[in-house]
Design a protein around this ligand. Structure first.
Ligand code: LLP
Length: 415
């Protein structure tokens, strides 16, 4: 099927020999990102929405390595940040303030000010914050509003943001209050935003949320942008159904065009994908520390764990795992793959792999999004190094941490 072809296409760009060389040169655990996969995803999204004026605002929380950000810039992708620190990273990577949007969620007003002071457009998700914004800036600055459309999207509860009980966005029911603030402070609302969750496989969720936005947009006179968020589902295992981007492109573009015609102005359609752009580009390479023959099955203990990739434990997320050292051998044995932390940090259960030995190099797939950015120093271990491979060349883009990093900021007192 086409889904399977796409899966194969996006995950087998890099040769196994190249990966083994990288593991050899830089050691493991090692995050490796394939920039050509990122470029292909950008192209695919653009092609699907070529009928409308679509802009990609990469949700950089998925992967904030500044060289990955610089690649996005080179590809003509803008950036969505969720903290002043991410904003600074984007600026460090070479983005100009106009290319950055700050999508805040329950932040202190000082963070709004920090971004405004750099000339970054802010997206506000709370009535009291909007009031403060009005008091301080009035109509002097353009601003975005994040709406909660009461559309439930998302692969699991932890990553659903559009439903009625969610903490994200201003509830659509409070439209009257929003409009009152807009009038009171003459706010220049240039865009409306919504994001209903992550791992949304059903394109109709986006269409449904868009209909809510179109309806709401009628009440705002000066809109330039409608932002439909991120959250496209990517395949994690063979046969997985991902968001049908081409179909969504057709469905949403037609509705968007019709809306623009009735609004009387050509708006920009924004998306802020994270996973869609970077998930499949990344592998986490790790070595097999131990093979343990338990009575109920064989365990492979890797030199990584929830400190580097928390998704399996936090969301029960499926990540493909394969043995690069034995890539040519037949998958013949079932394994459970676990981490090296003092926790039950299962990475993958019941996977059929070639007969695996201690010292083999394993690759964990879909590690490009929410891998390194959610990594920690738990058990006082170092976070991995990162490599970006692009157009045939690999570049070290983050050094492995050292003991100095662990000790930095700690203060030993005299007792
Ligand atoms: N826009 C907003 C406002 C968001 O909150 C998010 C993700 C995105 C865009 C990008 O969503 P994406 O395209 O990456 O699905 N750590 C979780 C995902 C949390 C997503 C948080 N917000 C995971 O690893 O599954």
């Amino acid at each position: 099927s086409s889904i399977l072809l796409i899966f194969v296409f996006y995950t087998f760009q890099m040769e196994n020999t190249t990966l083994l060389e990288l593991a050899e040169n830089y050691g493991t655990p090692l995050y490796v990102y394939d920039g050509d996969v990122i470029a292909a995803k950008v192209e695919r999204l653009r092609a699907a929405f070529k009928e409308v004026n679509m802009k990609i605002k990469y949700a950089c929380k998925a992967n904030t390595n500044i060289s990955v950000l610089a690649l996005m810039k080179k590809l003509g992708v803008d950036i969505d940040v969720v903290s002043p620190q991410e904003m600074k990273l984007a600026l460090s990577a070479g983005f100009s303030p106009e290319q950055i949007t700050f999508t805040s969620s329950g932040v202190g007003f000082d963070e709004i000010e920090a971004c405004v002071n750099e000339g970054v457009l802010v997206n506000i998700d709370n009535l009291s914050t909007l009031e403060k914004f009005g008091q301080k800036y009035g109509s002097s600055l353009p601003v975005f509003i994040r709406i909660r459309p009461n559309v439930a999207g998302g692969g699991n509860e932890k990553i659903s943001t559009g439903h009625g009980n969610s903490k994200f966005g201003i509830p659509i029911e409070q439209k009257g209050e929003i409009l009152k603030l807009v009038n009171k402070y003459q706010l220049r609302i240039v865009g409306l935003h919504q994001h209903t969750g992550s791992d949304i496989k059903d394109g109709s969720t986006f269409v449904q949320a868009a209909e809510v936005m179109f309806e709401l947009a009628k009440d705002f006179d000066n809109l330039q942008y409608l932002d439909f968020g991120g959250g496209f589902k990517v395949p994690y295992k063979e046969g997985d159904v991902e968001t049908d981007m081409e179909d969504l492109g057709v469905q949403l573009s037609a509705r968007f065009k019709a809306f623009c015609a009735s609004y009387g102005r050509e708006l920009e359609l924004w998306f802020e994908p994270g996973k869609y752009l970077v998930s499949e580009s990344g592998l986490l390479l790790a070595s097999v520390n131990v093979v343990k023959n338990n009575p109920n099955g064989t365990l492979l203990g890797l030199n990584t764990g929830l400190n580097h990739l928390i998704r399996p434990m936090m969301y029960d997320a499926y990540h493909g795992v394969y043995n690069i050292s034995k890539a040519k051998e037949e998958a013949s044995k079932r394994y459970n793959i676990v981490g090296y932390m003092c926790e039950t940090d299962d990475i993958a259960k019941d996977r059929t792999l070639p007969e695996t030995e201690e010292g083999d190099i394993m690759a964990i797939r879909n590690a490009g999004a929410y891998g390194f950015t959610m990594a920690s120093n738990y058990n006082s271990r170092f976070r991995p190094a990162e490599v970006l491979y692009y157009q045939g060349k690999s570049h070290l883009v983050r050094k492995r941490e050292t003991m100095e990093d662990i000790l930095k900021n700690q203060i030993l007192i005299e007792l």
